[in-house]
Design a protein. Structure first.
Lengths: 361, 323
């Protein structure tokens, strides 16, 4: 096997895969009978053409950074955590309990507590499949898928029977107290005298997401634990030989992963809805898979890919508005194609490039 | 609970188990050949959409079935391309296929019919109609056996009987034919199959396509047999329940039937009774019933009730040359 130059590996291959995914998406748009270039222009305009668009793009990106990091951390130990969706839903319960059951005087106190609550709940939900993988050898992909469904049933049960606000029909918790309101970009920019549109829900959680990315980078590449995680991912027998205990690494990695997915709740549940809804995750857990694959499991890549998917989500809303023939599901198709080309069909692009690289050696 | 209710419950169990069973057997072929397939859901969904769309356009359920199966086969071929030819990650490929199907069916559905992702309601020959057994009307008056014959066994659509017949057929193919032996060998030890001069690639593609075919039948049944048309994301996790049933059945056809009937029964009970009062336990919430297949699968996977051991080479792409 030929070793590819670094820039080919981290920049060229993802770029080619992305172009392929967009090319096929373009063909689908043509097939529907619309002009893909105009569609792309509408999406770009809607997502990054205005402060308003940026506000939504970054709101979505915040979710995807958390779920993308969650998948990426697990990938480093060669674990495929497909359960981000469930872990984020359960993280929402954690954040909601923290916001509802303590009399917080100010958001600066409620926020760290909600971060801890969401992360612990997410981590706990990932801990069960992790334990089953580590000690009983149950395939983590299957158990995390099952746990997504169990989480959604649990959430519905809790919202219908336990946490539902009294005197209302919709399965939602009551609204969080005003003191737990997180500052949005509108409010934060106002502190420094800059005006930013009021409606986009992007909030202080974005900063937490950026901090989480930096922390993950330090964890994976600058700590002993990170080394152990990567060693496990490269070769489990070698890791065992080096005195690394797989049980411990699987548990810790999955709980970090679940905690990161759970953190998404501070953005959606606490930051945006300000109450617990039945479907606040809305597929973001799965987008995390695409984001981690595109970002090559590197925090910088994850942040870039998350912003790209934020653009797709926000642009997709605008696209549906401007071009009714292309409905929002176009985003799901693009997402699927990105996963397909960057994940499953990666060798299609890599193998020819390796052959070319071999010629120039 | 009286006898008539039991019969009705079992009747709907049979109906609800059918798509699970077809998809479960689909997964059985694929996974026995060493290809993990979490894309059962997507293939069913694609088939459900195209079978309903084409049946609506042509007025023929059979042409719809052909179209749906073709869509499912196309996705199966894509899964094969990714996981056999390009030796990609089979799980990631499955995830991609599920999203592709979910997105494309809604997108095309809205574009073609402008009904918010639905297809027009099907009626008459555009649906698979119930097949009534001989004398089911006359015999229904006989106590006990009458209702069992005329309500439980008779009066289902073709696909229900096809699904049940597929169970012994699958057993026979896998365990009594040369092809079946090769298929199982390629899932346990592809090197040995390769050494024997057989093509690992060809066998795995065949398994993938059989999987696509059966998922196609499952999807067509959902949209043109059980329901009268396609609605968005109508598989609603059935592909994953089928996957769960496959593990529950430990990759064996006979147990697959039992597992699918069990999960179908759970669904039928959840639909009919919502919250159930169990003496001494209290009320069992409907959400628990819905989550039960997944919980049971996790318990099985954890090895607390017997050990579920997947085919040994499952999930591993096969490469001839040594790296």
């Amino acid at each position: 096997m030929t070793v590819l130059p670094r820039w080919v590996d981290i920049a060229l291959i993802p770029a080619i895969n992305l172009v392929l995914a967009f090319f096929v998406s373009g063909l689908i748009v043509i097939w529907i009978g619309e002009n893909p270039l105009i569609a792309m222009q509408v999406m770009l305009n809607g997502s990054i053409g205005s402060a308003y668009g940026w506000g939504y793009t970054l709101y979505y990106a915040t979710n995807f950074i958390f779920t993308g990091l969650a998948v990426a951390v697990a990938f480093h130990a060669r674990l495929f955590n497909i359960g981000g969706e469930g872990q984020a839903a359960i993280g929402g319960i954690g954040a909601a309990l923290v916001c509802l059951h303590f009399g917080w005087p100010h958001w600066t106190l409620a926020f760290p507590a909600a971060i801890v609550g969401a992360a612990i709940f997410g981590a706990a939900w990932a801990a069960v499949p992790a334990y089953l993988q580590a000690s009983r050898g149950s395939h983590i992909v299957i158990t995390t898928i099952m746990f997504n469904f169990i989480a959604s049933a649990l959430l519905v049960y809790l919202l219908v029977n336990v946490m539902k606000a009294p005197g209302q029909m919709a399965p939602e918790s009551r609204s969080f107290p005003a003191e737990t309101h997180l500052p949005t970009a509108h409010e934060m920019f106002a502190w420094i005298g800059v005006s930013f549109p009021r409606s986009p829900p992007v909030n202080v959680s974005l900063l937490v997401a950026i901090a989480a990315s930096a922390t993950v980078w330090v964890l994976i590449w600058r700590t002993r634990l990170g080394y152990a995680i990567r060693a496990m991912g490269w070769s489990e027998p070698a890791a065992i030989y080096a005195g690394i205990r797989p049980f411990r690494i699987i548990m810790v990695t999955m709980m970090i992963s679940g905690g990161l997915a759970g953190l998404m709740a501070i953005n959606t549940v606490m930051g945006e809805a300000e109450r617990l809804l039945i479907d606040s995750v809305q597929g973001a857990g799965f987008v995390g898979i695409a984001v981690a694959l595109m970002g090559r499991s590197h925090p910088v890549g994850v942040v870039l890919a998350a912003v790209l998917f934020g653009m797709l989500y926000q642009g997709g809303v605008e696209l549906e508005f401007e071009m009714p023939a292309v409905s929002r599901e176009m985003i799901v198709v693009i997402q699927a194609l990105v996963i397909l080309f960057t994940g499953a069909l990666e060798n299609m692009v890599r193998a020819p490039l390796e052959r070319i690289a071999a010629m120039f050696r | 609970m009286d006898f008539a209710t039991v019969i009705q419950l079992l009747d709907s169990t049979l109906r609800l188990s059918t798509p699970l069973l077809l998809a479960c057997l689909a997964g059985l072929y694929s996974e026995r050949a060493g290809i993990f397939d979490i894309g059962l859901e997507g293939k069913m969904l694609a088939s459900a959409f195209f079978s309903a769309a084409v049946a609506a356009a042509t007025g023929s359920a059979l042409i719809g079935l052909a179209a749906g199966t073709a869509a499912s086969l196309a996705l199966a071929a894509l899964h094969g391309l990714a996981s056999i030819t390009f030796r990609g990650n089979q799980l990631i490929s499955g995830v991609a296929i599920n999203f592709l199907a979910s997105g494309l069916t809604a997108l095309i559905g809205q574009n073609w019919f402008k009904l918010g992702g639905r297809t027009p309601a099907l009626s008459g020959d555009a649906r698979f109609l119930p097949i009534d057994f001989y004398f089911s009307d006359t015999l229904s008056t006989i106590p006990v056996l009458g209702p069992i014959y005329s309500e439980l066994l008779s009066g289902h659509t073709l696909m229900v009987y096809v699904a049940i017949a597929a169970v012994p057929a699958t057993w026979w193919v896998l365990f009594r034919t040369r092809f079946g032996l090769q298929l199982r060998a390629v899932g346990e030890n592809p090197e040995a199959v390769d050494t024997a001069g057989l093509s690992v690639t060809a066998l795995r593609y065949q398994a993938s396509l059989i999987c696509g075919l059966l998922c196609g039948l499952a999807g067509a049944y959902l949209a043109t047999g059980m329901a009268a048309g396609f609605i968005r994301d109508m598989t609603a996790g059935k592909g994953y329940i089928a996957l769960a049933a496959l593990i529950f059945a430990k990759w064996r056809p006979g147990y697959a039937l039992l597992a699918c009937l069990l999960f179908g029964l759970l669904e039928a009970v959840a639909i009919r009774f919502q919250n159930i009062d169990v003496a001494g336990v209290g009320t069992v919430p409907v959400q628990f019933m819905q989550a039960l297949p997944y919980i049971l699968t996790v318990v099985i996977l954890a090895g607390f009730i017997g050990k579920a051991i997947p085919p040994r080479a499952g999930g591993e792409p096969y490469s001839k040359e040594r790296a």
